[in-house]
Design a protein around this ligand. Structure first.
Ligand code: ATP
Length: 661
């Protein structure tokens, strides 16, 4: 058994109580921001912020799970360009804009968004009938505050604090108070499936099988973390009856569900997928229910109930006593049938979940009422380095063993409250476990994305210099893509120091822009692309990402590109995209160009100091990484100082003066 090297400064209870207090601060802040954004503003303002669709029409009514109403809502075609923040899985409320009924008196029908198309949203409501106010005034749809996630996180934290037995062991191991145990090499079974994994990936899968409590798959950029995790899940379900696979985001859950389904795994995706794909839809619980041998009975119960409901609806209110009785009887029969159908649906669901090998869902989805009572031999959490600690505890409360996958050297989870962030809410369970119990982790070491020179700086800064570039990508620069590109220089840094490219602030905003630096970046990009002919590369066009840390700089870049026909064409064809690091998360591009933007006499680099974010930005590039910035300002931080040294050693350092003549 390995000895834990971590020396705790507080007990697990103190630590968990601290996290609980931070979560409450976060919830308050989140609610406050929501209130300010939403409740105090007019419909037009909320619409402008993407929080409201108005006016809308109900275009379809269906009966869904538990006999609840599912509504299809449509906004006017003229609004199709209006951006919004509605998303599958978000809570929303249908409201009536009725004169004299505003504020808390505003009539609402709560629900969850289950699909979003250009002008249509489906809302699964929590009621069986449409309310009376539906025909008064115009209707709209508001995003509402997501209280459920906070409640489930709070409950999980309470459970973990009061835990004994297995959960207490896992808690103490994950937080570094109890050494993690592993089977010996002799005890660990050999891998069953022949697989194309490399040595460090195979070692990670073997490590997962050997772990008695906790294993971590640490996957730096492009190292095949998903591939490895899927293989580890396949090997595990050969040995265990049923496992849970979670991630903080719906997108990550969808990806894993698809990969597992492609490998022939019997998997059920709980909750609503964020994308529409046949493979995914086929694996949702709803679709699986339809394939069950008792589904026919369920459908006919629902249909009959619906017929009774419609018959009852034909009796108008002012009919006599007998008709009222008749109406009541029909309603009761409908109700009874719906209850029966709920029972049957519950039975079908339990039967399906009993037989399934893998259940996939978001962290909060693990508390979904259909599965909240289930326990799992192993719980896998992907993207664990992007999940709030309280979120991770939700599925862990149902585990015998935990496997975390992620990379704590990339983006941490978003925390809305500055105070909660400063006091540690951004520190993830993944990060705590990997730093307190390094022996729980295996790092994947071969990456399949970046040219050697793009990879090396990140590898030295974050991964102890251990990353290797696979031979297919090691020397794959733009010249390798098309010989018309100049050879060499997969990395290039253009230094604007001394050129007088000063950043500009905006009034009342922390955002900054640096127009001259942006212009230079676009000029250099055009120059790079001058011999690139798209018609020669119809099958595999170059993909390009331009990254800026500040919104004001992004907006400036987008405006300027409109005046540059070649670049603008790439933008409209979506071969060029411009955005923040966060918008490129999990993605890759052939060329990544980053304007670092900050340039000031005070050497203030703002949130460029968040070097994990910069790590993500730089490691999106496959063949070319172009960075532009003011070394005089940036060198106040060791990371950028070392970057300048790195590019000098590579012979990749240029100055902006070269481009001014
Ligand atoms: N052992 C391997 N041999 C060859 N190619 C591999 C291997 N493992 C992964 N790859 C390739 O590397 C790429 C990235 O794999 P995958 O999607 O699993 O990575 P990831 O680590 O989850 O990605 P990210 O860096 O975005 O987290 C894929 O194209 C995959 O086919």
């Amino acid at each position: 058994m390995a000895e834990a090297t971590y020396t705790p400064t507080e007990s697990v209870y103190e630590e968990l109580r601290r996290v609980q207090a931070l979560l409450r601060i976060e919830q308050q802040e989140d609610l406050e921001q929501y209130r300010i954004r939403n409740a105090k503003s007019t419909i037009a303002e909320r619409q402008h912020r993407g929080l409201t669709w108005y006016p809308i029409k109900i275009t379809k009514e269906d009966i869904g799970f538990g006999g609840k109403l599912v509504l299809e809502l449509e906004r006017p075609a003229g609004q199709s360009q209006q951006l919004h923040l509605f998303q599958v899985g978000k809570n929303a409320a249908l409201f009536g804009n009725i004169p004299g009924r505003a504020g808390s008196d505003k009539p609402m029908l709560q629900g969850v968004v289950t699909s979003v198309r250009r002008n249509k949203i489906t809302l699964a409501t929590n009621k069986e009938d449409l309310p009376d106010w539906i025909d008064e005034g115009k209707l709209g749809l508001d995003l509402t505050f997501d209280e459920v996630s906070y409640r489930e996180m709070e409950l999980a934290l309470q459970k973990v604090q009061g835990a004994f037995g297995r959960l207490a062991d896992l808690r103490d191991t994950l937080l570094g108070h109890r050494p993690a145990e592993f089977k010996s090499a002799e005890e660990t079974e050999k891998l069953y499936y022949p697989n194309p994994l490399n040595a460090s990936q195979t070692a990670a899968v073997q490590h997962v099988l050997a772990a008695k409590d906790v294993a971590i798959i640490h996957g730096p950029p492009g190292t095949g973390k998903t591939t490895t995790l899927v293989q580890a899940i396949l090997e595990t379900i050969r040995r265990e009856r049923r496992v849970l696979v979670c991630a903080p985001s719906n997108t990550a859950v969808d990806l894993l569900t698809e990969k597992l389904a492609e490998r022939g795994v019997n998997v059920i995706r709980m909750g609503n997928p964020s994308r529409v794909s046949d493979l995914l839809l086929e694996h949702t619980l709803d679709a699986q229910v339809m394939t069950h041998k008792h589904y026919g009975e369920l459908r006919s119960l629902r249909q009959t109930a619906e017929q009774y409901r419609q018959m009852a609806g034909q009796y108008k209110r002012n009919y006599g006593w007998e008709e009222r009785q008749q109406r009541q009887a029909l309603k009761e029969q409908a109700h009874q049938l719906l209850q029966e159908s709920d029972q049957l649906e519950k039975y079908i669901t339990e039967d399906l979940l009993e037989k399934v090998q893998v259940i996939t869902c978001t962290l909060v989805g693990a508390a979904n009422r259909a599965i909240r009572h289930l326990m799992y031999e192993t719980v896998f959490i992907d993207e664990a380095a992007q999940a709030l600690e309280p979120g991770c505890w939700i599925p862990i409360t149902k585990a015998e063993r935990v496997v975390l996958a992620g990379d704590h050297c990339q983006l941490p989870p978003t925390v809305k409250s500055e105070k909660a962030a400063a006091q540690g809410l951004r520190e993830t369970l993944f990060e705590k476990c990997i730093t307190r119990q390094p022996e729980t982790a295996r790092m994947l070491q071969v990456q399949y994305r970046m040219h050697q020179h793009i990879m090396q700086f990140s590898s030295d800064q974050f991964y102890g210099g251990k990353l290797q570039a696979d031979e297919r990508v090691r020397a794959a620069d733009l010249h390798d893509y098309d010989t018309r590109f100049e050879p060499g220089q997969a990395v290039e840094f253009i230094d604007t120091a001394g050129c007088g490219f000063e950043e500009m602030g905006l009034q009342d905003s922390p955002s900054v822009a640096n127009p001259e630096e942006a212009d230079l970046l676009l000029r250099r990009l055009s120059e790079l692309l001058q011999d690139y002919h798209q018609r020669n590369h119809e099958q595999h066009p170059l993909s390009i990402g331009v990254i800026a840390p500040y919104r004001a700089q992004i907006n400036y870049l987008k405006d300027r590109v409109e005046d540059m026909p070649e670049l603008n064409e790439l933008l409209t064809k979506r071969q060029l995209s411009i955005g923040t690091v966060d918008s490129f998360q999990g993605q890759e591009r052939d060329i990544i160009a980053i304007t670092l933007t900050r340039s000031n006499a005070a050497n203030d680099i703002g949130f460029l100091a968040d070097i994990r974010r910069m790590n993500v930005g730089m490691t999106r590039a496959r063949r070319k990484l172009l960075m532009i910035g003011d070394s005089a300002t940036l060198s106040s931080h060791p990371f950028y100082r070392e970057f300048v040294n790195y590019v000098e050693d590579l012979g990749a350092y240029r100055t902006a003066w070269e481009f001014q003549q």
